[in-house]
Design a protein around this ligand. Structure first.
Ligand code: SAH
Length: 587
């Protein structure tokens, strides 16, 4: 999601111009323009979101001739001239207008006006639900009708395989005739009055001769799918042998249809049991077969739906992605799984962001451990939690990736911020290892208040000027590197935040760190020691370099070391920014 991307705001009055400027704080790349019908026409196809600061009547008249399709039209948000009301006018769900309206209203202190019926009635937004579960709606023209039915009846009947988790207002039915929604990859499921959702769970295994044209590939795939009555919308990826991943025809075909390419080495392909082998293929490629084993591997050893079909220059096999995959090694995945790496802040729930709460609410499985999970216990009481028995963060990350491969929405929980000495980087590293071997899940990193923010707030304002943070844990970083960084940061007069200062098994480092810092800083330099910030047993100590080791320091402690200008006043630790040198500062 890139909501900040490509936003244009139109204003008429001087006040509107100012408001547009304010809204830029939310969307840094926002382009503000004076309103004219021509300017709007010009912007229509260029931007994902258009914000109008004016009467809704003007907006409706201006955009009416430009409207085409709710899937492609930009989101339109109307803000009144004083920012009191923010209306999600057009493309409320998929375009994100409702979300933008809430963001802008929250920011301006105004009220978001949302009129899409499902939101107001607390019912599932059908299009959004489909999107977030990786389902493609084949006949979106039916959306308004089915949406109205949902609002009127407070529920819908859906026909779907057991692996699809339905929202509470969808009732599972077996009969295609009574279903309002059919979730299936089979053409035969097509009924006239039901909304059709296609899971993207088919893999096309492909072998081809060099320089096979994209047209021939396309025809072969279409014929094969048609013969098996499989919807093309359900195809997720093309799987092939490693050196064919660069074949122009395959690349072009995948690009045209937004398909991933997964590729496997000959050894991997040869390890798949029970597929028909060809000597010609072996001589040419080193693999005894390509299309079938590639399809099987990419689908997590799911079911072969269509065995090898030979065309002039192409062979095709189709397999369905395994519904209960439990290994990422073979390259897997079912559509829909998402990983949210969520920062829960330093302590209690009052310091978690609304976005983090939303991500936790929307996930099926929680991966995290220890204190961080305990602190958000109330939030996750009804969720599946992977916590104990996995002390290693690498195991937890692998578990998260594996669960997302099985189509689950996973929240990986980190205390503080997830990208600061925490899980976000590791999730990406684990995924990178699997690149080209599995379908990549969507990953969202949700920031949190880090320990340094929390500690600074408790101490006063020690981070007002340039600072460096150094973790004293030498579990993953050689101690010499840590010493070098401490030395450099001290010499450059950075305020220094120490993370991981001490643990049961690591007690010496803090003393050594202090020695290094003392080389360049006076013993009177203010030092703040904050334990368990924003938690029940919080403690805050203000001391100095000379005396800092006389206070309790543990795993839940962050330490802030002042720079040469940091001072203490009324029990607050303050690093001056430099204002006192300005004339205006002196009354
Ligand atoms: N991702 C976390 C940091 C994890 S490293 C964040 O952004 O805050 C763990 C270290 O963070 C601890 O050893 C301690 O130094 C610091 N820490 C985490 N929570 C803290 C808290 N509530 N109070 C003080 N320090 C904390």
């Amino acid at each position: 999601m890139n909501s900040g991307n490509s936003v244009a705001a139109f204003f008429i009055t001087a006040k509107g111009r100012m408001l547009a400027g304010n809204i830029r704080a939310l969307y840094p790349r926002l382009i503000a323009k004076k309103y004219s019908a021509a300017a709007v026409r010009d912007a229509w196809k260029k931007h994902r979101t258009l914000i109008f600061i004016m009467a809704s009547g003007i907006v409706v008249r201006t955009i009416a001739p430009l409207l085409e399709d709710k899937r492609t039209d930009p989101a339109v948000v109307v803000v009144d001239d004083s920012g009191k009301h923010v209306i999600g006018l057009l493309s409320g769900h998929l375009g994100g207008a409702n979300e933008r309206a809430r963001e802008i209203a929250g920011f301006l202190g105004g009220e978001a006006v949302i009129t899409t019926a499902s939101d107001v009635n607390g019912l599932t937004a059908i299009d959004l639900w489909a999107e977030s579960n990786g389902l493609i709606i084949e006949n979106p023209d039916l959306l308004p009708r089915i949406g109205a039915r949902l609002v009127n009846r407070k529920g819908l009947k859906a026909q779907a395989g057991p692996e699809i988790q339905l929202p509470p207002d969808f009732q599972r039915v077996n009969d295609l005739v009574e279903a309002d929604i059919i979730i299936s990859n089979r053409e035969a499921a097509a009924g006239r009055s039901a909304l059709l959702m296609r899971p993207r769970n088919m893999i096309v295994g492909m072998g081809c001769n060099r320089r096979t044209s994209v047209e021939e590939i396309e025809t072969a795939v279409m014929k094969t799918l048609h013969g098996a009555e499989i919807s093309f919308l359900s195809v997720r990826a093309v799987a092939t042998i490693d050196f064919k991943a660069g074949e122009p025809g395959i690349i072009e075909f995948c690009k045209r249809h937004s398909l991933d390419i997964l590729s496997f080495e000959p050894d991997e392909l040869n390890s798949v049991p029970g597929v028909e082998h060809s000597d010609a293929a072996f001589r040419a490629t080193g693999a005894k077969a390509v299309a079938e084993p590639a399809a099987l591997l990419a689908s997590g050893m799911g079911g072969l739906i269509v065995p090898k079909q030979k065309f002039r220059n192409v062979t095709i096999a189709i397999s369905e992605i395994n519904k209960g995959i439990n290994s990422v090694k073979n390259g897997v995945s079912k559509s829909g799984g998402k990983i949210s790496v969520v920062g829960t802040g330093p302590g209690d729930l009052s310091h978690i962001t609304p976005s983090a709460l939303r991500a936790i609410r929307e996930s099926d499985v929680i991966v995290g451990y220890g204190t961080y999970i305990d602190l958000i216990e109330d939030l996750i009481s009804e969720k599946e939690v992977y916590s104990t028995g996995m002390t290693h963060e690498i195991d937890r990350c692998r578990k998260a990736v594996e669960l997302s491969g099985n189509g689950r929405n996973v929240a990986v929980i980190s205390g503080g911020d997830p990208g600061i000495y925490a899980m976000a980087g590791l999730v990406f590293e684990v995924l990178r290892q699997q690149d080209g071997k599995m379908l990549m899940p969507e990953v969202e990193v949700i920031p949190g208040i880090s320990a340094l923010n929390a500690a600074a707030a408790r101490l006063g304002a020690p981070l007002m000027h340039d600072f460096a943070s150094v973790s004293l844990s030498d579990r993953l970083t050689p101690w010499e590197t840590i010493e070098k960084r401490l030395d450099a940061a001290t010499m450059a007069d950075f305020v220094i935040v120490l993370y991981n200062p001490k643990s049961k098994g690591r007690t010496e480092q803090i003393g050594r760190a202090r020695e290094i810092i003392m080389k360049h800083r006076s013993p009177e330099t203010p030092v703040g020691i904050v334990r368990s910030a924003m938690r029940e047993k919080e403690s805050v100590v203000l001391t100095n370099l000379e005396h800092m080791l006389g206070h309790e320091i543990d795993m839940q402690t962050s330490i802030v070391i002042g720079n040469s200008n940091t001072f203490v006043w009324k029990n607050l630790m303050i690093t001056p920014r430099g204002y006192e040198k300005k004339k205006q500062f002196h009354p």
